[in-house]
Ligand binder design. Structure first.
Ligand SMILES: *Cc1c(COP(=O)(O)O)cnc(C)c1O
Length: 362
């Protein structure tokens, strides 16, 4: 029997290494551990722009639709593939949740032992359940993300485990593919790109991606990168580490970003900026994007949307601009937050059509 046309099709999406190999540090000898990540939708959101009074086009890169529901899969496919190539047997990461979900999933697929170190009590339920069900050794420390990262760095120093945090440079290489995809999907580079900033690996990666596409002549311009931190966890805005970072946006609850330099370079070279928004502004944006566009992203992903609302007030985006923003993780990671923010409960009625009609005012 001959294989089905689908199995042979060169068009079948097979993940970011397969698609962008020539831009990545891989060879034919590199094993490819993939869950077909990437190729996420770029969704035009005119209703949201109208709701916030903007006069530009906005497209959201919906990274919550990756296999483990965040952009972390782009870097993790590469980090785990390279760990296999090196012959590693154990990988480890510190995480605010999404890195651990991705590390656990890709390690399962690669048959590697995976150790994840998390800040106890500050991980969204969806992310914790992912690490556990994918079978990672899950350690919750009585400390914050910055403590977890310090421990993982020390574990890496023993030479016995491969660290798959973004201090591992191949993570950044994998994550730059999101910038490639945005250019491929638009047929040009945007004028501005908005994204949340926590450990600052992603803003570093996007700048690298946009620059590489421009250097190769695939696009003519590069966007200004606009990074957004949460007010209680804004070391890059304040210019110094924050000892006790606090925000409801747990994915960016980081006081001492590992890619500090990368973020500063991205902002300086792209003529962009880094600023902060309050939790209240984040939650307002989170609810607005859900209710105007049907897009549920996690609170950290709403930080750049809150930033856009600010930008409209400050009139800092010229009319007619092409703007993109990354929705870094899926809102279903944290259903508790959705329930609390919706602020309503289901209406309970008797099982009759008349009771339902009365209840909905018909
Ligand atoms: C990791 C993460 C971030 C922050 O990205 P950095 O590269 O650490 O700046 C933002 N949002 C979500 C959902 C994340 O998982």
């Amino acid at each position: 029997m001959s294989p089905s046309p689908l199995l042979q099709s060169a068009d079948r999406w097979q993940g970011v290494i397969h698609r962008y190999a020539k831009y990545l540090p891989v060879t034919d000898a590199t094993p490819r551990i993939s869950l077909s990540e990437g190729n996420t939708p770029l969704v035009r959101v005119d209703h949201f722009v109208e709701a916030i009074g903007g006069k530009f086009s906005l497209f959201l890169k919906y990274e919550g639709l990756n296999p483990t529901a965040s952009f972390k899969d782009r870097g993790m496919t590469l980090a785990i593939s390279k760990a296999c190539e090196k012959g590693a047997e154990v990988v480890a990461c510190a995480s605010t949740g999404n890195t651990s979900a991705a590390a656990a999933a890709y390690s399962a697929r690669a048959k590697l032992k995976c150790v994840v170190i998390l800040p106890h009590g500050n991980i969204a339920m969806g992310k914790l359940s992912q690490a556990l069900i994918y079978g990672a050794e899950t350690i919750a420390i009585r400390g914050n993300f910055d403590d977890a990262l310090r421990i993982v760095r020390e574990l890496g120093g023993t030479g016995r485990v491969e660290v798959v945090n973004s201090i591992n440079p191949v993570r950044i290489e994998g994550q730059k593919t999101a910038a490639f995809e945005i250019c491929d999907q638009l047929g040009r580079a945007p004028d501005f790109h908005f994204l949340p900033v926590g450990n600052a690996g992603n803003i570093t990666a996007y700048w690298r991606g946009f620059q590489e596409y421009a250097d190769r002549g695939l696009v003519e311009t590069t966007p200004r990168l606009m990074g957004w931190q949460a007010a209680g966890a804004a070391p890059l805005v304040e210019g110094k580490p924050v000892a006790q970072p606090e925000t409801i946006a747990t994915a960016i609850r980081i006081g001492n970003p590992a890619s500090w330099q990368g973020a500063e370079t991205a902002v300086r070279e792209s003529q962009g900026g880094i600023d902060k928004v309050t939790d209240e502004e984040i939650l307002h944006a989170y609810k607005t994007i859900a209710q105007t566009e049907g897009i549920l992203a996690e609170p950290a992903s709403a930080a750049p949307l809150a930033g856009l609302i600010r930008a409209v007030h400050n009139q800092s985006i010229p009319e007619g601009s092409l703007v993109t923003a990354t929705m870094t993780g899926h809102g279903l990671k944290d259903p508790d937050r959705a329930l609390k923010t919706a602020g309503v409960e289901p209406t309970v009625v008797d099982p009759s059509t008349s009771a339902v009609m009365k209840s909905i005012g018909m």
